[in-house]
Write a protein that binds this ligand. Structure first.
Ligand code: GLN
Length: 309
């Protein structure tokens, strides 16, 4: 089936939801904090947003969930908008081939993380955005509220506190990079910022809409430009190569779209010029990517023929 008109998205989503419902084996929710461990792996929602803000959805697509690392896409975009190419002097843009919370490459790369989507890289991006904006998490929140047209979006203080209580590895990453001079703020200030961002709660509908600027080549929902066309291309490219960690090759192979996962079970994806997607199902594979989420996106690009390849 090839999608020629946007209305065809709704039947595609319904077909995918039926297929996912019949599929056994959903993976396991993240268990490093209690709030995520308690999620039911059979929950499933998926939304598609068109560049004009029309949104389609199925299943739990209006149910708020823990966005976790999905926010790394938005902080990268906001960081690039404020700082431009200088940002790339502090964080690389190569896939790491290692888990999202890995420390191993940092030492021989002199405290410069491989890319903005592993935790080390996201900490650096947040640090720089915080210095430039005065409050990185507030800037992120305002951006997401505006782009999703949902002023009710917010952080979940309980999750943020839980992240902090279990955040030894992120603290180690931040201190280690600070020892190389690659962190500007006090480490504790940076960690509070990072954990708050991870705790942001939003639905598939909110996130598909908020990702729209990447399908509109850098233009926000109100028509203002956030990124140059070239910067929007760069963010999409880094999502494709680094957005699903050490499974980015497999994700490109199966889905063929720029995508970014979070351990809350969400994945956002972009069909440049055409639409943005968000899928949520809390059961994860061994890389921290949603099992049903990857399967649903795989089916979407197969059924519609919409991929970047
Ligand atoms: N809060 C998580 C962490 O920092 C986010 C990781 C993720 O979603 N991949 O470990």
């Amino acid at each position: 089936m090839t999608t020629t008109s946007s209305l065809a998205f709704q039947p595609v989503l319904e077909r995918i939801a039926e297929e996912i419902e019949r599929t056994p084996g959903r993976g396991r929710p993240a268990d490093y904090i209690p709030a995520l461990a308690a999620c039911d792996p059979r929950r499933f929602g998926m939304a598609v947003a068109e560049p004009d803000g029309t949104v389609y959805g199925v299943g739990d697509w209006r149910e708020p969930f823990s966005t976790q690392s999905l926010t790394k896409v938005f902080t990268l975009a906001l960081g690039l908008a404020r700082e431009g190419d200088e940002l790339w002097e502090h964080v690389g843009r190569e896939p790491s081939g290692n888990p999202f919370n890995s420390l191993v490459q940092l030492e021989y790369e002199g405290g410069i993380p491989r890319n903005p989507f592993i935790n080390a890289g996201a900490l650096v991006v947040t640090d720089r955005l915080h210095t430039r904006s005065g409050d990185a998490s507030q800037e992120l929140l305002e951006f997401l509220r505006a782009e999703s047209a949902n002023p009710g979006l917010d952080f979940d203080e309980e999750i943020a506190a839980s992240e902090a209580a279990h955040g030894h590895r992120n603290a180690a990453l931040a201190h280690f990079m600070a020892s190389y001079g690659n962190i500007d703020n006090e480490v504790q200030v940076l960690l509070d910022q990072y954990f708050r961002q991870c705790s942001l709660t939003a639905s598939c509908a909110d996130l598909a809409l908020a990702t729209g600027f990447l399908a509109r080549h850098g233009v926000r929902a109100d028509g203002a430009r956030l990124l140059t066309r070239s910067q929007a291309k760069q963010v999409n490219a880094v999502m494709l190569t680094c957005g699903t960690y050490d499974a980015a090759g497999e994700f490109a192979y199966r889905v063929g779209l720029p995508g970014k996962s979070g351990v809350g079970g969400g994945i956002i994806a972009v069909v440049p010029g055409r639409c943005t997607l968000c899928v949520w199902s809390p059961g994860l594979d061994e890389h921290g990517n949603s099992v049903a989420g990857v399967a649903a996106l795989d089916r979407f690009t197969t059924l519609t023929g919409l991929s970047v390849f």
